[in-house]
Design a protein around this ligand. Structure first.
Ligand code: F0G
Length: 482
């Protein structure tokens, strides 16, 4: 991606790739969109793709592959054991990260299962900059607890801090002092911190955390699923790294870590996942679980075609012009929304654009799920599927009390190299229309509420006829437009 200035003065992110395979999309009329979201119980996870125009639910497993990745898939070496495809992937990871050992897994959470089973036990504590849903679930399943030590600025919705994913080193020292180093299973840093808006950590912060880990003999584990975005931000925002290449920054990050694991649905724009390990002893302890849960050691649940695409995708991640596509589109969207006073998380991060529903629909009480209501309204307004990241994504207390989330966000993920700038402009416009009509948006109430992971399967209804009114206003303002 290149930032170019037009003769007329406007600056835009210009795609440095051309589209050679396309998938046809449909944009159903607004009346059908209302029917579709009603059929889906106002839960965007339950919409059918045929009803979705812009799928901004996630960047996981839906990034566009390059021609080189597609080509590599054709030469995959299919065998249960000893595949040359595996050896190519293993060598690429050794080359990029400098870690001698690699264990393949079918996706990121499978790596978390293996890591947690081996390193976490009853009473363990795992300090981290911020949790991800599946990470926390695996740690708690094995009897551990999570300590979230993101610096205070990480939780400020509006900020100019360039590294809101940084861990607070003072808080880390306090937690070690409180529990004792022997209770700490490992320290986890998440690149491109997902749940607080795709916010990066700095290389300096990671170096500081490493020093503390060394003082106390602690393992440092990196979740590299969103590493590509974090690499881009380090290069752009960290003065000491401006002159370094992406490959060099990657190696400096890896040099701080004992273990690096990732979801290849994000990193490398493919599918699958894996764990890169420095110590032979730890490798041996984890290795036994791979054939048990994943598959034999030379595929770990991935198809050979996925592995070939991943090897090429990892190499392409070392190219700044490739990895800056997501963050630059997101920055464009965030800037344009801010110009229109629409509340978003700032500074722009990776992964996607995060709309602050707490402010957008500040008339909806948290008990009526403002972020869920906004996600439903945005689908009606534009056929755009986002993801609720607020109270709906929490779980009730055992006594049934609702836990209100710190932030009520609608995440609009930007799958890499999938959308064009005109589609991004369309999303900005439909958000602008919705913001002008935000007082029409009402709350939601559960009609079916599963006990576990309710945001995946739960069904809700509007608390009034606000959705019909929204459709009527759309027709009044935009006529016959889709
Ligand atoms: N770690 C991070 C930081 C993630 O964002 C994810 C997945 C995982 C681990 C788990 O990886 O899905 O391959 O098992 N995030 C997806 C998302 C689900 O939509 O943000 P996985």
């Amino acid at each position: 991606m290149a930032e170019v200035k037009f003769f007329g003065g406007e600056s835009i992110p210009l795609e440095m790739h051309k589209v050679r395979i396309v998938q046809k999309l449909a944009l159903p009329p607004v009346e059908r969109r209302l029917a579709a979201i009603t059929e889906a119980g106002n839960n965007t996870f339950l919409l059918r793709n045929s009803d979705v125009f812009m799928d901004m639910l996630t960047d996981s497993g839906v990034n566009a592959m390059s021609d080189q990745q597609q080509a590599a898939m054709l030469v995959a070496d299919d065998s249960y054991a000893g595949s040359a495809t595996y050896t190519r992937l293993e060598s690429k990871l050794q080359e990029i990260f400098g870690t001698p050992y690699f264990l393949p897994a079918h996706q990121g959470r499978a790596c978390e299962n293996i890591l947690s089973q081996v390193l976490v036990s009853k009473g363990s504590v795992v300090p981290m900059n911020y949790h991800f849903t599946t990470t926390k679930a695996h740690i708690t399943l094995n009897g551990g607890t999570v300590e979230e030590l993101v610096a205070d600025t990480g939780l400020e919705v509006v900020s100019v801090h360039p590294f809101k994913g940084n861990m607070d080193t003072g808080k880390l020292r306090d937690v070690i002092g409180l529990h004792g180093a022997d209770k700490i299973a490992f320290v986890r840093m998440e690149a491109g911190t997902n749940l607080i808006g795709g916010q990066p950590f700095s290389l300096q912060n990671l170096v500081d955390i490493r020093k503390i880990c060394d003082e106390h003999g602690l393992l440092l584990v990196l979740d590299a699923s969103l590493l590509a975005d974090n690499l881009h931000f380090i290069k752009q925002r960290e003065a000491d790294c401006r002159a370094l290449g992406i490959r060099e920054i990657t190696r400096r990050i890896a040099d701080q870590c004992d273990i690096i694991y990732f979801s290849a649905r994000k990193l490398g724009c493919a599918r699958g996942g894996g764990i890169c390990i420095r110590s032979e002893e730890l490798y041996r302890r984890m290795r036994g679980l791979v054939p048990l849960y994943e598959g034999f050691l030379t595929y770990g649940g991935m198809s050979v075609r996925e592995m070939e695409a991943l090897t090429v995708g990892l190499e392409e991640t070392m190219d700044e012009e490739v990895i800056n596509q997501g963050p630059q589109f997101i920055a464009y969207m965030v800037d344009e929304l801010q110009k229109r006073d629409i509340p978003v998380i700032t500074p722009a991060g990776g992964l996607g654009c995060h709309v602050n529903a707490m402010k957008f629909v500040d008339h909806i009480p948290q008990a009526e799920y403002p972020a869920g209501a906004l996600a439903s309204a945005l689908y009606i307004a534009g056929g755009i599927r986002g993801m609720e990241r607020g109270t709906l994504s929490e779980q009730r207390e055992p006594d049934g009390r609702e836990i209100f989330a710190n932030m009520e966000l609608v995440r609009l993920a930007m799958p890499r190299r999938v959308f064009t700038l005109s589609q991004v402009k369309y999303a900005i416009d439909r958000l602008e229309w919705l913001y002008a009509n935000r007082r029409l948006i009402g709350g939601l109430a559960f009609t079916e509420e599963p006990e576990i992971l309710r945001f995946f399967y739960g069904r809700l209804k509007p608390v009034s006829d606000w959705q019909e009114k929204l459709v009527a206003k759309f027709r009044a303002d935009l006529g016959n437009s889709l």
